[in-house]
Design a protein around this ligand. Structure first.
Ligand SMILES: [Zn+2]
Ligand SMILES: [Zn+2]
Length: 256
């Protein structure tokens, strides 16, 4: 099925991974739209739920926890303007070296309605050495060592917290997909399919498919125009043999 056919046959019902201007560093906005812009886009695309998930505070352009009340206010305003969309205040926490393996402390989870976790190049992640290694050739032995270390950290983050979605697993760092999939299965953590990144690719997803996990498609939108994008990710899911009924936010169009 090509992308157009996929769009005709299936729709996305919710998008649980989007960024806004609250992901910023100084004058640089990593996310381009305001909360209300993402919500308007979600409404136009017929989504019933949307999560605002700006980057965790340790990210270069991570959200400032002091601004959470402001984010809540923006969400309330947006929901008044677009009552057809339920908006959740979330975060895309970073997997770092900390007690619970994230840059959002366990005690701060209650500040959010939805917690995603992903690995990015941030200070204190202790996987920083990977940046060069992931983008330049290294020996199989060195790769195996990194894979082991990274997997340990990601599994720790999954098992120490109630994470909703593990975002783009395997992107930016070598991991052992079997072990990560087993941890997601054990904890009920959703595995993200996100065509915006190189990983997980179809080969990676085939590994997750063999475990009893559920999947979610995210736009990972950094601008409102991208909110609710799903067709490329759905194509990737089908390429990996994942059936639509295992993806929690995809349904067949009744009119399709
Ligand atoms: Zn991410
Ligand atoms: Zn993201």
């Amino acid at each position: 099925m090509d992308i157009k056919d996929l769009e005709r046959k299936y729709r996305i019902t919710a998008d649980y991974h989007t960024h806004t201007v609250y992901s910023r560093v100084g004058p640089y906005y990593h996310g381009k739209g305001r909360i209300i812009d993402n919500v308007r886009a979600a409404s136009e695309r017929g989504l019933s739920e949307l999560a605002i998930t700006d980057h965790g505070p340790s990210d270069f352009y991570g959200l400032d926890p002091k601004r959470i009340p402001e984010m809540r206010k923006d969400i309330e305003e947006a929901m008044r303007a677009y009552p057809d969309v339920k908006v959740l205040l979330g975060v895309e926490a970073d997997i770092v070296d900390s007690d619970n393996g994230l840059d959002v402390a366990a005690s701060d989870f209650s500040k959010f309605d939805f917690v995603n976790a992903g690995y990015h190049y941030v200070p204190n992640c202790n996987m920083i050495g990977n940046f060069a290694s992931f983008h330049a050739p290294i020996s199989e032995k060195a790769k195996a060592k990194l894979r082991k270390e990274n997997t340990k950290r990601i599994v720790k983050a999954i098992k120490s917290n109630r994470i909703n979605i593990l975002t783009h697993p395997g992107d930016k760092a070598y991991i052992n997909e079997e072990e990560v999939a087993a941890a997601c299965e054990q904890t009920g953590t959703l595995v993200e399919i996100n065509a915006r990144h190189k990983h997980p690719n179809a080969e990676d997803l085939k590994i997750y498919e063999a475990y009893d996990v559920k999947f979610v498609i995210s736009s990972d939108a950094h601008k409102p125009e991208h909110v609710g994008r799903y067709a490329e990710s759905l194509a990737l899911a089908f390429e990996a043999g994942i059936s639509a009924d295992r993806i929690i936010n995809i349904e067949e169009r009744k009119d399709g």
